[in-house]
Design a protein around this ligand. Structure first.
Ligand code: PEP
Length: 262
């Protein structure tokens, strides 16, 4: 059985755009893509705004039938209770958030999120029907000491421990040294690690899960390099930071099949 994976282009806005700016941005992105006849059928586009924007963006997407998916940038490992400042997966699912980014290197680094916390958040997302986008990646130091795939593979093993084989997940390989640096991995480097991550999914969740799970590359993706990443067999899309905040640039990334003939 041949399983086709719909490419996912995911825009992580980080702490940018308030709810009014978010609405204006999504409207403009929609018009730009509509003019270019983007229907969201061949490529799935998802935006990941800050929590305070989610309700406004969701209302706009629903009302105007915009073919974009919606995600959050973090989730609590708890369902409810005395966890000041945290957001439950239950709240995200009620806001029709289809996805949540988990274990972004900025959260691992600035908020000391361990692999175990990432694993607990992954389980919380799945429990509430929100697809986790599990981020893994090596620092420049890791790369030098252990090569590219050792750390991401180890991180993913912890995140997948105990998951049901049918779990719906996305994995994002984001070398820390490539994030926001303007220095992307080469497509061959991204392919090597994404392939190794898919092998971990096969080993831990089975061949069907490995065949259907999308593995993304993230780190300084732009409209000028997306095509080369998307030609790699194990790269199923991109997690985009900086370039997802520029309408024309993000629209061009989402339209990669039309301008590169992939
Ligand atoms: C990110 O933060 O997930 C990211 C990939 O950022 P950038 O595209 O700016 O490197």
């Amino acid at each position: 059985m041949v399983v086709t994976r719909t490419p996912l282009i995911a825009g992580n806005w980080k702490m940018n755009l308030d709810h009014l700016q978010a609405v204006a941005f999504v409207q403009k992105l929609h018009w730009t893509l509509k003019d270019a006849k983007f229907e969201g059928n061949d490529v799935e586009l998802a935006v990941f705004p800050p929590f305070t924007d989610i309700r406004s963006v969701q209302t706009l997407i629903d009302a105007d039938k915009i073919p974009f998916s919606l995600g959050a940038q973090d989730i609590s490992s708890h369902d409810s209770g005395a966890y000041t400042g945290e957001i439950s997966g239950l709240f995200l699912s009620k806001l029709k958030c289809g996805y949540v980014i988990i274990g972004h290197s900025e959260r691992r680094d600035y908020h000391n999120e361990s692999d175990e916390i990432v694993a607990a958040k992954t389980k919380a997302a799945i429990k509430h029907g929100v697809v986790p986008v599990i981020c893994v990646g090596e620092t420049a130091e890791d790369l030098e000491k252990h090569g590219a795939s050792a750390v991401p593979v180890a991180q993913l093993r912890v995140a997948l421990e105990g998951l049901d084989k049918a779990a719906d997940i996305v994995v994002a390989y984001e070398p820390v040294w490539a994030i926001g640096s303007g220095q992307a991995a080469t497509p061959a480097q991204a392919q090597d690690v994404c392939k190794a991550l898919r092998a971990v999914i096969a080993e831990m969740l089975g061949d069907d899960a490995a065949a259907r799970t999308r593995v993304l590359y993230g780190g300084s993706v732009k409209s000028t390099n997306i095509a080369a990443f998307m030609r790699e067999p194990d790269v199923d899309g991109a997690l985009v930071g900086g370039a997802s905040l520029i309408v024309d640039e993000f629209a061009a990334i989402a339209r990669f099949p039309s301008h590169v003939g992939v």
